[in-house]
Design a protein around this ligand. Structure first.
Ligand code: ATP
Length: 400
């Protein structure tokens, strides 16, 4: 049950507590996190935090997370609302498991594959009325550098094995770096990164799998994946001039505008542990500082968005302080919808980092409920018609 946050709140914060896992059990770790039964409340030591939802442990089953937190964002894309899902937490807390970024074999299906399924289900329902175009990009931000995980030159080539047996990625010499640009309409775009036009769920899944393989891995003492990985789905819709009614006679959902464009960022953030915890120096420490820059900026942006008084006074939101916040600028705050999932480990050896994660997530939760005033990505039909139709989904007649 949500507390003061309403359904339309632009930022929701959920906690996902994973169970104790192999090594922790072997080491005899104790569970130091308590979820208050029937309440979205987490206790650790003398601290108590209330969120919009708490999943795992004795909270709501994790299987409900997609429907409660992410399905409304996928739905919002069809009304033109940008959205961001962020998985935050220390290394090993379950971010990748929660997001489904790594596409490992097994029965668990993470948020990204479920978002894809929901998206294609809805497209199937609306395809007689609306033309859809879908694009995906998959990038990582490492040391304040944006890298294209779908670059055809690095998806298959340029992979290296580092000392720890992890697969890393070499930059292709001469390739210009990926740049984050802001258009005059406030829309953020990436220049120099691959955008793949997809028409099927399978094609989209292939992008996720290929990008995940290309993702660079760090090799700190904690063996963490030290980059922010951002999988972005862009949905363009154009209402058909002469919509065909559904053959089952059911009322068809109306799209109010001729053209809508919205994007969904699915973000597996870098491990949130402090640089000092890596026990590293030199190059790795520098990387730690950069990682913290993104997470620090994200915390500050969220905090600035949450301060209603300052916001009304037109206070500065420090989006420009990191590549991460710059990239998410048009999908964080304003008319967009954001879900932060704070992933936590219950093991007592992680208690300090778990407390830090809960404190960070609590800042996000302090964001006040803001009314949604207008759609973020509207354009006229005329503008749309200058776009290429080449990659539009080929529409076939609807068979119920
Ligand atoms: N809810 C869960 N239920 C069962 N096992 C889980 C759960 N969440 C995570 N795990 C397991 O915990 C381990 C660490 O999870 P994961 O790799 O997702 O962490 P992470 O936060 O992404 O770490 P990294 O920063 O290294 O990528 C994995 O073995 C994963 O299978």
């Amino acid at each position: 049950m949500t507390m003061e946050h309403g359904e339309d709140c632009c930022v929701k914060v959920a906690v996902h507590a994973r169970p104790l896992i192999g090594d922790e059990k072997l080491q005899g770790c104790k569970d130091c996190v308590t979820v208050v039964p029937g309440k979205p409340q987490v206790q650790i030591g003398t601290h108590s935090f209330t969120f919009d939802h708490v999943y795992g442990s004795s909270g709501t089953p994790s299987t409900a997370m997609f429907d409660e937190c992410v399905a409304p964002l996928v739905e919002g894309l069809f009304q033109g609302y940008n959205a961001t899902v962020l998985a935050y937490g220390q290394t090993g807390s379950g971010k990748t498991y929660t997001m489904g970024t790594a596409c490992k074999e097994g029965t668990h299906v993470g948020i990204i594959p479920r978002a894809m399924a929901a998206l294609f289900d809805k497209i199937e329902k609306l395809k007689n009325q609306v033309d859809f175009q879908l694009r995906v990009s998959f990038i990582e931000i490492l040391k304040e550098e944006v890298r294209d995980l779908l670059d055809p030159a690095t998806v298959t080539a340029g992979k290296v094995e580092n000392g720890n047996g992890h697969t890393g990625k070499l930059s292709v010499p001469g390739k210009p770096p990926v740049q984050i640009r802001e258009g005059s309409n406030g829309v953020i775009t990436l220049s120099g990164s691959t955008e793949v036009h997809v028409t099927t769920q399978k094609e989209m899944t292939t992008c996720l799998e290929q990008g995940s393989l290309s993702r660079a891995t760090g090799s700190t003492n904690m063996n963490n994946q030290s980059s922010h990985a951002i999988f972005t789905i862009t949905l363009e819709q154009m209402r058909k001039a002469d919509p065909i009614m559904a053959s089952d006679g059911m009322p068809i959902e109306e799209m109010n505008d001729d053209y809508l464009c919205a994007k969904l960022h699915l973000v597996d953030l870098a491990g949130s542990e402090r640089a000092k915890r890596t026990g590293s120096d030199g190059l790795r420490f520098k990387e730690g500082v950069h990682i913290n820059r993104g997470l620090l900026a994200l915390g500050n942006v969220i905090s600035a968005l949450g301060d209603e008084k300052k916001r009304k006074e037109g206070a500065h939101v420090p989006y420009r302080d990191s590549k991460l916040t710059r990239l998410l600028q048009d999908s964080l705050g304003g008319n967009s919808k954001t879900v932060m999932i704070a992933c936590i480990s219950p093991a007592d050896i992680n208690a300090e980092e778990t407390l830090n994660t809960l404190k960070y997530a609590n800042r996000a939760r302090n964001i006040q409920n803001k009314p949604i005033v207008s759609l973020s990505s509207l354009a006229s039909l005329e503008t749309y018609q200058t776009c290429t139709y080449t990659f539009f989904i080929k529409l076939i007649s609807f068979s119920p």
